[in-house]
Design a protein around this ligand. Structure first.
Ligand SMILES: NC(=O)c1ccc[n+]([C@@H]2O[C@H](COP(=O)([O-])OP(=O)(O)OC[C@H]3O[C@@H](n4cnc5c(N)ncnc54)[C@H](O)[C@@H]3O)[C@@H](O)[C@H]2O)c1
Length: 524
């Protein structure tokens, strides 16, 4: 066992590279599995601790359900890192052959007199990036077969063999939008049983302010008989990665860390300094816990504003993306892209803050309203479909609708809180014949929940004979669907409802094919 508490950053990094550090990562989900894989690639001996035996079995077989994009090739190919960050998501941009590329949101930009301007269209570079998405699988296989990463359901034994323990269990919303701490409590109890002197525990999960010191610390102390701060270190370092780009973002996105004391914070920083991303130490775990909630609340509120602006634009006949791009040339304006908001974090993290504020007697109405706007977007998408059918003079009932993209965002298979699912349900409720296509999401559970939906991996079949195409997730393969390609497959006159800003509306010039995008007037 090596000591990390009290080491210099260089010393800890050297120990990791020399294979002398053992790390237990508790929770092998979208955060924990890439984290475990990356530490193993750096040389650590990693134990992945998981309550789900199926996940343990899969990981030990070197298999992952998670889709990750590898962008290292872009850097290898001579791409230059720019000082600018993406106005969409704040991630650092690359320049490659005069094009500016955002590895996180996948959109490209050009450099001009105003700085970075995002372009809505994809290009070859984007397509080739997305074709690299299976690389995570090979990295996982590599560390598992080298014996560097082993998954287990026995957290306590893994902790007993580890120098550092990272907690990355889920923190879902429970009843009435109150955060559910049960996985954090269960994980802390199992860790406490295996804890030894000089261990370092880093909580990575997104939690309510006060959780590290008020929930995790007492459980660890009680279960181990050790004293936090003296015998073991404890810190909170929230995860900021965007699903699908963890491999890149673990290495590049600045981290924040708050320790129960300076030694704990510095030890957590030293562990993560094996990755090049800068580390910002804050005064306490409750600061980092709160800051993480600020980040997602900011993003959710910003998208809600963009969504409201989009709805206004539909009424005043202005293209919302044209207006947003123009507004974002002002360095003080950072409007995000309107659309369906889903996934694990954005729909829940603002409620963490809301529940805490309400508990303290304050009603945070702006944050609540933003959630209401975003939660209303599936209904709005269905209204757009109804409008399109109204214009076409065709009945929705009995018409074939091709719903493209079931996952919560493009190039991800994650269905958690996906806005596409309520859209699909409502369209089925209107008696449309709905065909749902997704290249990555697993259909297994949804097939049981939505027996009237036709699920398909075949894009051509899904489009064939459809009266309306609804884009609900921006998977990269949909970006090659130019209007003439759609018109060849669909029943005309037909319509396209784009909830993801993947088309340039001005390309819709055929009067037989209507375009109605979120935040856009009708085209042609
Ligand atoms: N998904 C993201 O992109 C993302 C980004 C930033 C932060 N986060 C935060 O990170 C945390 C993890 O998110 P995630 O998306 O990886 O969740 P996830 O649901 O994909 O993974 C959590 C894993 O923990 C396992 N687990 C639950 N209880 C356990 C226990 N007691 N012991 C061991 N394993 C246990 C679950 O079976 C699951 O596999 C959450 O707090 C989330 O808010 C997630």
């Amino acid at each position: 066992m090596v000591k990390i508490l009290g080491n210099s950053r260089d010393e800890t990094v050297r120990l990791i590279h020399d294979g002398k550090v053992s790390i237990a990562v508790v929770g092998l989900g979208y955060v924990g599995l890439p984290l475990a894989t990356l530490f193993a690639l750096e040389g650590a001996r990693v134990f992945g601790c998981e309550v789900d035996p199926k996940t343990v079995e899969m990981v030990n077989a070197g298999k992952s359900r998670i889709v990750e994009h590898d962008v290292s090739w872009l850097i290898d190919a001579g791409a230059r890192t720019l000082k600018n960050t993406c106005p969409n998501c704040g991630v650092q941009l690359f320049e490659h052959r005069q094009e500016v590329f955002c590895p996180s949101c996948g959109k490209l930009a050009t450099l001009d007199a105003y700085g970075v301007r995002l372009q809505p269209r994809h290009s070859e570079i984007y397509k080739s990036l997305m074709s690299k998405q299976v690389s995570f699988q090979s990295l996982l296989e590599k560390v598992v077969s080298a014996g560097k990463l082993t998954a287990t359901t026995d957290t306590t034994s893994a902790v007993a063999e580890s120098d550092a323990i990272l907690i990355a269990v889920g923190t879902p919303l429970g009843e009435e939008h109150i955060p559910d701490k049960s996985a954090i409590i269960a994980a802390s109890r199992a860790i406490a049983q295996g804890l030894e002197k000089n261990d370092l525990i880093v909580l990575k999960s997104t939690v309510l302010p006060g959780t590290t010191e008020g929930v995790v610390k007492p459980i660890l102390e009680e279960g181990s008989g050790l004293k936090c701060g003296e015998d073991f270190g404890l810190a909170h370092m929230p995860e900021r990665i965007k699903e699908g780009f963890a491999l890149y973002e673990f290495k590049t996105i600045p981290r924040i860390v708050g320790g129960v004391d300076e030694r704990s914070a510095e030890a957590a920083a030293s562990l993560f300094s094996v990755f090049p991303a800068p580390i910002h130490i804050v005064g306490s775990p409750s600061i980092s816990e709160t800051a993480k909630l600020f980040e997602n609340t900011y993003r959710d509120t910003n998208i809600a504003l963009a969504n409201e602006l989009a709805i206004i634009c539909e009424r005043i006949g202005v293209d919302v993306m044209d207006a947003i791009r123009a507004a974002n040339t002002d360095p003080k304006t950072h409007l995000l892209t309107p659309g369906l908001v889903g996934g694990y974090c954005l729909p829940k993290d603002p409620y963490f803050l809301v529940s805490e504020a309400l508990r303290k007697g304050y009603t945070p109405s702006l944050i609540q309203d933003a959630r209401r706007v975003n939660e209303g977007m599936p209904d709005h998408a269905v209204d757009l479909v109804i409008e399109v059918f109204g214009r076409l003079g065709v009945k929705i009932g009995g018409s074939k609708i091709a719903l493209l993209g079931l996952s919560f965002k493009g190039d991800s298979g994650d269905l958690r809180n996906s806005g596409a699912i309520p859209v699909a349900k409502k369209l089925v409720g209107l008696e449309a014949e709905v065909w749902a296509h997704d290249p990555l999401a697993s259909f297994e559970e949804l097939e049981r929940e939505l027996p009237d939906l036709v699920f398909s991996r075949d894009l051509e079949k899904t489009l064939s004979g459809s009266r309306c195409v609804v884009i609900t997730a921006d998977h990269s393969e949909y970006r090659s669907l130019e209007p003439n390609v759609l018109a060849d497959e669909m029943s005309l006159p037909g319509g396209v409802v784009d909830c993801r800003q993947i088309f340039n509306p001005k390309h819709f010039t055929d009067p037989r094919l209507l375009y109605r995008g979120l935040g856009h007037p009708f085209y042609p």
